[in-house]
Design a protein around this ligand. Structure first.
Ligand code: SF4
Length: 337
């Protein structure tokens, strides 16, 4: 499997009233062709800012990328390319689905025209051809009564249907990479499952890679090939799905997995909750960003940021517990996995 996207030393900050907020800190990762990478973490961990920066959408929120950051897609650095070049890629080879379909869709344009638009722009399709393709896409994503629905405005559809329309728009130009940011969060549980099934099917038929951004480990269980966990702007653990689910080595990953409601139900115990709150990213951080909340914190954790250690070719952990001189600690066994 070749590498489709390579993010190198990505750092993004925002100017706030209380100073410079460093939202993403020296993050590097690859996405392979046709693979699904899930980026998991609590709100504010930097996962959305990271993925928005792939299409340079972070700048709309005032984010500034540090000079040596690189995002390489098909041998081109997306950070330094011109706006014109980037517009050729947005919605064409890379597209994005957001959580809130109501604000992402244009309320004044019918869904058919909105889907057809990217084909006018990127594929130079004629009006009739693009509308035909829009109908095909609506069928593909499971919208009923397409001949009628194609002329509906977004407010005439349910939340689940609007999300399907967003997916249809995102895949209209057969992207090589789809970024799905909390695509199911606003939906009820049954519709969530349908939506994930749909994304999985489309991924196979279109042959695209997917970056799935979520705070919910339950969502990635079936869907992801690899997982990377973010905390306070850092990647603190990454690995194949089985490595993360069955052998988490970072206390934060372990805690997140134990906070999954289905696991608590299975082991008939109360839901685990992580004590404390994430650090204020506008203040200087010293040592491990999780140290104030970590049950295993050692003196070195407060002083030095742990370097990433690889336990296998694919399983990386940024925690002093994996250092050869660290005391041997066995985190309680994960139940219900
Ligand atoms: Fe906990 Fe220390 Fe590991 Fe950070 S480095 S997660 S504080 S044990």
């Amino acid at each position: 499997m070749g590498v489709l996207l390579s993010v190198k030393n990505l750092s993004i900050s925002f100017q706030t009233a209380s100073g410079e907020l460093k939202a993403v800190r020296n993050v590097s990762f690859d996405v392979g062709e046709r693979e699904t990478l899930a980026i998991v973490g609590e709100s504010g961990c930097g996962k959305t800012v990271t993925t928005k920066s792939i299409l340079r959408l972070h700048s709309r929120d005032g984010g500034v990328v540090k000079d040596d950051s690189q995002i390489i897609f098909e041998d081109q650095n997306l950070i330094t390319m011109s706006k014109k070049e980037l517009n050729q890629i947005r919605g064409n080879s890379i597209s994005m689905i957001f959580q809130d379909s109501m604000t992402s869709l244009n309320p004044t344009i019918t869904i058919g025209k909105q889907i057809a638009e990217s084909m006018f722009i990127h594929k130079k399709a004629g009006r009739a051809e693009a509308m035909l393709r829009a109908k095909e896409l609506l069928k593909m994503v499971g919208i009923p009564d397409v001949e009628e629905r194609v002329n509906n405005f977004p407010h005439q559809l349910s939340g689940g249907m609007r999300q399907r329309v967003m997916i249809a728009m995102a895949i209209a130009c057969k992207p090589k990479l789809l970024i799905a940011d909390e695509p199911t969060t606003a939906l009820d549980v049954t519709v969530q499952a349908q939506m994930l099934d749909l994304l999985r099917e489309l991924q196979k038929s279109v042959g695209m890679s997917v970056i799935l951004v979520t705070h919910d480990f339950g969502v990635v269980a079936d869907f992801a090939d690899r997982i990377q966990v973010m905390y306070a702007g850092h990647i603190i653990e990454r690995g194949l799905k089985n490595e993360i689910f069955q052998q988490p080595k970072h206390p934060y990953t372990w805690a997140l997995l134990n906070s999954i409601p289905a696991r608590a139900l299975q082991r008939k115990s109360e839901l685990y909750s992580i004590k404390g709150t994430p650090p204020d990213l506008s203040l200087p951080l010293s040592g491990c960003p999780f140290s104030a909340r970590c049950e295993y914190c050692m003196p070195i954790c407060k002083k030095r940021l742990p370097e990433e250690t690889y336990l296998s070719q694919t399983h990386g952990v940024s925690c002093w517990l994996t250092h050869e001189l660290a005391p041997k600690v066995d985190m309680p066994k994960l139940d219900g996995g």
